[in-house]
Write a new protein. Structure first.
Length: 172
């Protein structure tokens, strides 16, 4: 197997602009998460929201069999997302914010999922008649959706008590 620079350039040049915007956003958010920071709940849920939407794009667009692959991958991934939601979250210095510890894990996780979705989308686009790439792409989309849905819901449930108590403390 050799690397074909012409084919690589063709794939990259035919990738929609929004894909590169999403990649830039994920890199930016991942680099921000390397250090501890006080953030709003909206920022906590920004990256999961991107992957939930990208995961949903893989559902209902191919075939019943592909949708079953999507669902079969999404269901167990929810539990993985639940178990990996941040645990070290405490109230931030400013009411309505949370203090999140710094970690390289969100950056690595975002890049792995983005690359997996990108590669499977390229496989499906370059092999339109072959069913396997479509099933793999559906499964990766389902994994992405399930993981980040579980992660987002659990994260929200963990920070909600801090937000409620800061809102009560801020009332006159």
């Amino acid at each position: 197997m050799t690397f074909d620079m012409t084919r690589f350039a063709t794939i990259v040049s035919h990738t929609p602009l929004w894909v590169w915007v999403v990649l830039a956003l994920l890199l930016w958010r991942g680099l921000q998460q390397l250090k501890p920071q006080d953030i709003s709940p909206r920022k906590l849920l920004m990256t999961p929201a991107v992957f939930i939407v990208l995961g949903l794009l893989g559902f209902g667009s191919r075939s019943l069999e592909a949708d079953l692959c999507w669902a079969a991958a999404a269901l167990p991934a929810v539990m993985l997302g639940v178990s990996s939601a941040p645990r070290g979250v405490v109230p931030g210095a400013v009411p309505g914010t949370i203090r999140r510890p710094g970690s390289i894990v969100p950056l690595i996780r975002s890049m792995v999922v983005f690359i997996a979705q990108y590669v499977t989308a390229v496989m499906a686009a370059t092999s339109p008649g072959a069913p396997l790439p479509h099933f793999v792409a559906a499964a990766v989309s389902g994994l992405s959706f399930g993981f980040f849905a579980g992660y987002a819901v659990t994260s929200w449930l963990r920070v909600r008590p801090f937000l409620a108590s800061s809102a009560m403390g801020a009332a006159p």
